[in-house]
Design a protein around this ligand. Structure first.
Ligand code: PLP
Length: 283
């Protein structure tokens, strides 16, 4: 498959990055993951806006304008427009002559992007849901930045997988914030609740879309903190992400959520989401 690296499209096995790249040495960079359905990049503008926010937050200049980004990503997707894909892009601060934590202002960012096929979500997921465990959030205080420095997320997800779960739901100071690679919603008495944006969670594009779809379809929702007790007492728990879409959590820490099956509000939102996605796919 073809990848994009620093202005060039080339076969992935010919793409080379310096060992002195700050992404390699320090994890000094940011990234995005954007699905494409039927060749159409899904929610492209909000993804590019979040990329720009991440870059600004870590003081890496944005190497491209939005139309330039769009051109690059569409070219990568265009190769396999017939299959659903996930585009990964990352921008690191660039290459230095010698290793030094502090960075000069004039580095040229390293830009990498690739596109890979993704399967449709497994229908068993909508039918049975997933298992999650809760874990203490061991990450930093700037989780709103989509940084490539993912070691805590990697360790948390691995711990979940080794416990037989699909995802970890993270707790900090008595509140549930998000998953290791997903945002969190609960349903209580028909009300959809998700934590407000802030430095302790990633502002998910899927999260925003779910809220937008709830508003459009008259589903009551609120952005508010979710305490650990509220998480454990919820009628429904969902996790959202661009590639996994909406996942109903039916077991949390070995205990059934609600009646242990995907709930009625999940089934409604899942249908609404699928329709929205299909409309995008058909252009
Ligand atoms: N939270 C974290 C920590 C993530 O890594 C992700 C994405 O993988 C999300 C939330 C979901 O974000 P999005 O819906 O934009 O994919």
């Amino acid at each position: 498959p073809t990848v994009f690296l620093n202005g060039e499209f080339l076969p992935h096995d010919q793409a080379r990055v310096s060992v002195m790249d700050r992404g390699f040495l320090f994890g000094d960079g940011v990234y995005e993951v954007i699905p494409a359905y039927g060749g159409h990049l899904f929610r492209l503008q909000p993804h590019l806006q979040r990329l720009d926010n991440s870059l600004q937050a870590v003081r890496i200049p944005n190497p491209y304008t939005e139309p330039q980004w769009q051109g690059i990503l569409e070219e990568l997707v265009g190769e396999n427009a017939g299959t659903d894909q996930s585009v990964y892009l990352q921008v690191t601060r660039g290459v230095m002559e010698r290793r030094d934590h502090a960075f000069p202002a004039d580095l040229k960012p390293t830009v990498f992007a690739m596109s890979n096929p993704i399967p449709e979500p497994d229908p068993a997921l909508a039918e049975h849901g997933i298992t999650a465990i809760s874990l203490d959030d061991i990450r930093w205080q700037s989780c709103h930045i989509k940084a490539i420095t993912l070691l805590p997320n990697v360790l948390l997800r691995q711990q979940a997988v080794e416990a037989g779960a699909a995802e970890a739901i993270l707790l900090r100071d008595g509140e549930a914030t998000e998953g290791a690679a997903s945002n969190l919603f609960i349903v209580r008495d028909g009300l959809l609740i998700t934590p407000p944006k802030g430095p302790l969670l990633l502002p998910g594009i899927t999260r925003d879309l779910v809220i937008e779809l709830a508003a459009r379809h008259g589903i009551p929702y609120r952005e508010g903190a979710i305490s650990e007790a509220e998480l454990r007492g919820a009628d429904e728990v969902w996790l959202t992400s661009s590639t996994k879409e909406i996942m109903p959590v039916t077991t949390l820490d070995g205990v059934p959520v609600g009646d242990g099956r995907p709930g009625p509000l999940y089934r409604q939102m899942h249908g609404i989401y699928r329709e929205y996605k299909q409309a995008v796919r058909e252009g």
